[in-house]
Design a protein around this ligand. Structure first.
Ligand code: NDP
Length: 328
């Protein structure tokens, strides 16, 4: 492992993306996303992803000069035309108009389309909670997960994120895949030869396995919590696909290039609780959160990431990743 400052992580991301066809604005936005992931200890969405972003640029599957356009299509509905670019810049451009609409209307939603979302979802819900709003986001992926009882990959690992505003611009946030673990984590376990948790997936013959490589080699991942997680994965397909005029995971596969970010959509919603509950909602929420924080053995989701964030780097990055990036 090498020790990198957050500035080093950012610079490495930015220079590598620019060398491979990204314009400055897109390179900066994607590098902010990867740096935030490294800062928070979400390694599977940090520099680990950079070779795949570059592959997407080199193979013409992602537009490094995308100029995302935010369009208001109804009083509280936005549509973002991502122009086949990485999601980071599209999300940055969505932030201000979505916040303004939520404050005006009490609730506002956005369908981000024709984007390559290859990252964690907490940045977009946290950017809303920092401004005193509730954030909710879902996106689909590629077909990696079998519906409960089935053996064929149909759903994506389909993450869902929620953020709740707390005092002084802080927030509670959870961000979780609908699969037992994220695809990137299966890849990291397989690369490092570590077993994945039981229940993560089936091998190509339909047998349960803890060998990540067997899951990747023609097997399937499973949803968390059996049929309940499977239902959430299904809901996310509908909300991030048919509901916003975008593809399902199995449709995204038709145009996907192995190892590259894939086309898809994201549904993002912002709610202003001061409209529904009045000014006291933050204090009321704190009462519930304090019970969990003070309960022996329990913790709030996001607490691990926020503790890493407070440390502010430097971060450990695997030599294998740095070697792969150097070759780019
Ligand atoms: P985890 O299972 O690691 O964590 C899920 C959530 O649970 C986090 O908010 C985490 O908080 C929280 N948590 C973990 N342990 C506890 C605990 N003991 N008590 C309370 N809360 C806890 O994440 P996943 O593997 O499900 O997902 C990883 C990432 O992959 C997500 O960021 C997701 O957005 C991303 N992803 C992206 C996809 C894409 O296509 N763009 C596809 C699929 C996943 P904390 O972080 O603080 O530990």
């Amino acid at each position: 492992m090498a020790l990198l400052s957050l500035d080093d992580v950012y610079s490495l991301g930015e220079s590598t993306l620019i060398s491979n066809g990204c314009n400055a604005e897109n390179a900066a936005a994607v590098s902010r996303t990867m740096t935030a992931a490294e800062r928070d200890g979400s390694q599977s969405h940090g520099l680990f992803r950079l070779p795949a972003y570059v592959k997407g640029l080199r193979e013409g599957n992602a537009n490094g000069t995308a100029d995302p356009v935010v369009e208001q299509i109804a009083p509280s509905v936005l549509k973002v035309h991502g122009q086949e670019g990485f999601a980071s810049l599209a999300l940055e451009r969505t932030k201000d108009p979505l916040i303004a609409l939520a404050r005006e209307q009490g609730i506002a939603m956005c369908g981000l389309t024709r984007i390559r979302h290859f990252a964690a979802l907490w940045p977009e819900v946290e950017m809303l909670a920092e401004q005193g709003l509730v954030g909710f986001a879902v996106t689909a992926a590629l077909p990696y997960v079998a519906p409960a009882g089935g053996r064929e990959a149909l759903f994506g690992t389909n993450p869902m994120a929620f953020a709740w505003p707390r005092e002084n611009g802080t927030m509670l946030a959870f961000d979780q895949a609908a699969s037992v673990i994220a695809r990137g984590d299966v890849m990291i376990h397989a690369r490092d030869g570590h077993p994945v948790p039981e229940g993560t997936g089936l091998d190509k013959d339909g047998n349960p396995t803890t060998d990540g490589a067997a899951i990747l080699d023609g097997g399937v991942q499973l949803a968390f919590g059996g049929y309940k997680g499977s239902a959430i994965a299904l809901m996310i397909e509908l909300m991030a696909g048919a509901m916003i005029g975008e593809v399902f995971s199995y449709e995204a596969k038709e145009t996907a290039i192995p190892g590259c970010p894939f086309n898809g959509g994201e549904f993002l919603m912002a709610i202003d609780p001061s409209k529904t509950a009045g000014a006291g909602f933050i204090a009321h929420g704190e009462e519930l959160l304090a019970i969990i924080e003070n309960m022996n053995g329990a913790r709030l989701p996001g607490a691990r990431r926020h503790a890493n964030r407070a440390r502010g780097g430097p971060v450990e990055v695997s030599d294998k990743i740095l070697e792969a990036i150097a070759a780019l």
